[in-house]
Design a protein around this ligand. Structure first.
Ligand code: ADP
Length: 211
């Protein structure tokens, strides 16, 4: 299965891509995670994209496309994958179409108010990547990961200013992909305003016909 998870920041793409990756035995490929990892390791790529990512702007298309192309060439992505956070622009989608045939695009629908609420309280474990929320899903001990005991942190682009910008960028640059993939009859709409479990069931139903 070759899948795209599409939706605004905070829609739960990352969480659900992680769950679906385990369920279907295909890798989750998150461009956001690739960039954050490069920033953390202070690689050339990381230095190039650090400011862009913390503002919530998009990394240039050519750079992003070549990274994804390289990643999809690896053996584990041959039989399928979940692209989480890519494509984010029409040119990225067109480039992808040049070298891959997709099975479905899962479109996560959610309101702006819910996005702001979710992202402004989000905390992430520095060691294992588990995701918490200060109000909706707090860790048992403040600042410490329940799963591995690692320290929790707030992503620099989860400031209110960057969240607002990311939503704006999403509306202008990414939302047109909904019509693009609907036209190609690939789109599967789901409502991601509820719990991860509820969203996971909707995804399962939406993808059942793919076998
Ligand atoms: P979210 O969906 O919560 O905004 P991501 O982890 O998907 O977060 O992405 C974080 C940041 O990484 C984006 O705001 C952007 O700066 C960069 N990024 C991720 N994917 C892409 C992409 N496909 N094209 C350009 N920039 C990207």
């Amino acid at each position: 299965m070759k899948l795209i998870f599409l939706g605004p920041p905070g829609a739960g793409k990352g969480t659900l891509a992680g769950l679906a990756s385990k369920e279907y035995g295909i890798p989750q490929i998150s461009t956001g995670d690739i960039f954050r990892d490069a920033i953390k390791r202070e690689t050339e790529l990381g230095k190039k994209v650090k400011q862009i990512v913390s503002r919530g702007d998009l990394v240039p298309d050519d750079l992003t496309v070549s990274l994804v192309k390289e990643r999809l060439d690896q053996a584990d992505a041959r039989k399928g994958y979940i692209l989480d956070g890519f494509p984010r622009t029409i040119p990225q989608a067109e480039a992808l179409q040049g070298f891959q045939t997709l099975d479905a695009v899962v479109n996560f629908a959610i309101s702006d108010a819910t996005v702001v609420e979710r992202l402004s309280g989000r905390e992430i474990c520095k060691s294992c990547g588990a995701i918490y929320h200060v109000k909706n899903m707090p860790s048992k001990v403040k600042g410490i990961c329940d799963a591995c005991g690692g320290p929790l942190y707030t992503r620099p682009d989860d400031s209110l200013e960057s969240i607002t910008n990311r939503l704006d960028v999403y509306r202008k640059q990414t939302e047109p992909l909904i019509a693009y993939y609907r036209d190609k009859k690939l789109l599967k709409d789901i409502d991601s305003s509820k719990s991860p479990e509820d969203t996971q069931v909707q995804i399962r139903v939406a993808l059942a016909s793919l076998g």
